[in-house]
Design a protein around this ligand. Structure first.
Ligand SMILES: [Zn+2]
Length: 51
C-alpha cells in the first residue's frame, strides 16, 4: 500500500510503499511514520506513484 507524507518543513509531498521506515525529505527533514496518510487522488493533480 502506498502512503503519502507531507513534509512539515517545506510542504513537499512524498509517496512510498515503505510505510514503516523514516524518510528523509530533500530539505533534510526527517519524515516519520506518524506522518503517514493515504493518498487522495481526487483533489490532486497527477502524482508520482512509486511502483
Ligand atoms: Zn521538506
Amino acid at each position: 500500500m502506498v502512503v503519502k507524507r507531507n513534509c512539515p518543513e517545506c510542504g513537499a509531498e512524498w509517496y512510498s510503499a515503505t510505510d514503516k521506515d523514516d524518510w528523509v525529505c530533500e530539505c533534510g527533514c526527517l519524515l516519520g511514520e506518524e506522518l503517514n496518510k493515504l493518498p487522495e487522488n481526487k483533489d490532486r493533480d497527477a502524482v508520482e506513484a512509486d511502483d
